[in-house]
Design a protein around this ligand. Structure first.
Ligand code: ATP
Ligand code: FE
Length: 351
């Protein structure tokens, strides 16, 4: 079946056409230009932009896939979690299309979209272990099915992407911070500064990243006090040491998540990492080594499918479609929608 996917839960207006594991088109219209001057995503501006741009994003996807609305079999749309105005824009558009075309409507959890992406890109079998690590999220999930997730733990405060962004700000590097901090860390000495690795002594998979920025701020100010500023090498060493701290926390907690996951003796054990921070090569190397050591297959979807996009929504929609899930006009936009409570509300609104 050919599924049209729509995504508008944050600051990307996206539309995609997916058939099975084939992505026929994936259009992502970013809005960073609209929000740049405000230093963050402005919900009202985002919502209006989604409402204005969804139509164009859909047309562009149909053109790229050389198909028409009549050929699609169902419409999948992000119904949460996210900025409510944007989610409402997407859900209204999807309802309009579903009604006008008389096609099934399927509400998709945005996080489920991210979590199912390794099935789209690498065909992973259930259950697999997922580390979702981005600017807004950091959690371990055992993915058992399109509506069946077990959360093993996650950050209790900041997400690692946020920590990278704050670090870049503190050091005067460009945004988004991840790529600029990673670049600056090249040639840095990761052992020069010992930044904290919080919660490593605590059982379980919970993590904390908010203390890192305080430690980093203190270190920066100490360097400024001592020598009036940071040299190029100081900055490299700070970035490398920061990146190593994030890697160590994530790798160590992943080790614990793997141990819980392997207790279930999965047939083809695998770890998938997704989210913007998954682009980080130091982190990837650490996770890859850990997987080699513990006998797991390691996968990381290509970045364009790791960050927000509609192909993941269409794909998640296609798995739900195959399992008979349908929503009706009562589908509502949900600002909050934790993954491990996925089954109940979805089944409740399905036919
Ligand atoms: P979410 O979609 O989870 O609500 P988001 O839209 O902020 O959050 P993504 O687009 O998945 O998340 O990822 C963006 C984040 O990833 C930013 O915080 C950015 O700094 C970080 N990031 C991108 N590239 C890298 C990198 N190479 N190393 C570390 N972090 C990175
Ligand atoms: Fe996302």
């Amino acid at each position: 079946p050919l599924i049209l996917g729509l995504e508008s839960s944050c600051d990307d207006t996206a539309s995609a056409l997916v058939r099975g594991q084939e992505v026929l088109a994936s259009v992502v219209l970013g809005q960073s230009d609209l929000h740049a001057e405000f230093g963050g995503v402005v919900p009202e501006i985002a919502a209006r932009a989604h409402a204005e741009r969804l139509d164009g994003a859909i047309k562009q996807a149909l053109d790229e896939a050389e198909t028409s609305l009549n050929d699609i079999d169902a419409i999948a749309v992000t119904a949460g979690p996210g900025l409510i105005g944007g989610v409402v824009s997407g859900v209204m558009m999807a309802k309009g299309l579903a009604t006008g075309l008389n096609k099934p409507l399927i509400g998709v959890n945005h996080l489920a979209g991210h979590a199912l992406t390794p099935r789209l890109t690498d065909g992973l079998d259930y259950p697999y272990l997922m580390l979702l690590v981005s600017g807004g999220h950091c959690q371990f999930l055992i993915v058992r099915g399109p509506q069946d997730f077990t959360r093993l733990g996650g950050t209790i405060d900041d997400a690692p992407g946020e920590a990278f962004d704050k670090t870049a700000r503190l050091l005067g590097l460009s945004q988004p911070g991840g790529p600029s901090v990673e670049a600056a860390a090249q040639g840095g000495d990761e052992t020069r500064f010992r930044f904290p690795r919080p919660l490593l002594d605590r059982l379980g998979c919970d993590m904390s990243f908010s203390g890192l920025k305080t430690a980093l701020l203190r270190q920066r100010d100490q360097l400024i006090d001592e020598k009036g500023g940071l040299t190029e090498q100081d900055r490299k060493d700070v970035c490398a040491s920061f990146q190593a701290a994030v890697r160590d926390v994530l790798v160590e907690k992943t080790r614990r998540a793997i141990s819980a996951y392997l207790d279930e003796t999965p047939a083809s054990p695998a770890l998938a990492v997704a989210g913007g921070v998954a682009a980080n090569m130091t982190l990837r190397a650490g996770l890859q080594d850990l997987c080699a050591e513990t006998g797991l297959r390691f996968t990381a979807p290509p970045l364009r499918l790791c960050t927000d996009n509609a192909a993941m929504i269409a794909y998640a929609g296609s798995e739900l479609f195959a399992r008979g899930k349908r929503d009706d006009m009562s589908l509502s936009a949900r600002p909050r929608w934790p993954l491990d409570q996925n089954a109940a509300p979805l089944l409740g609104s399905g036919k």
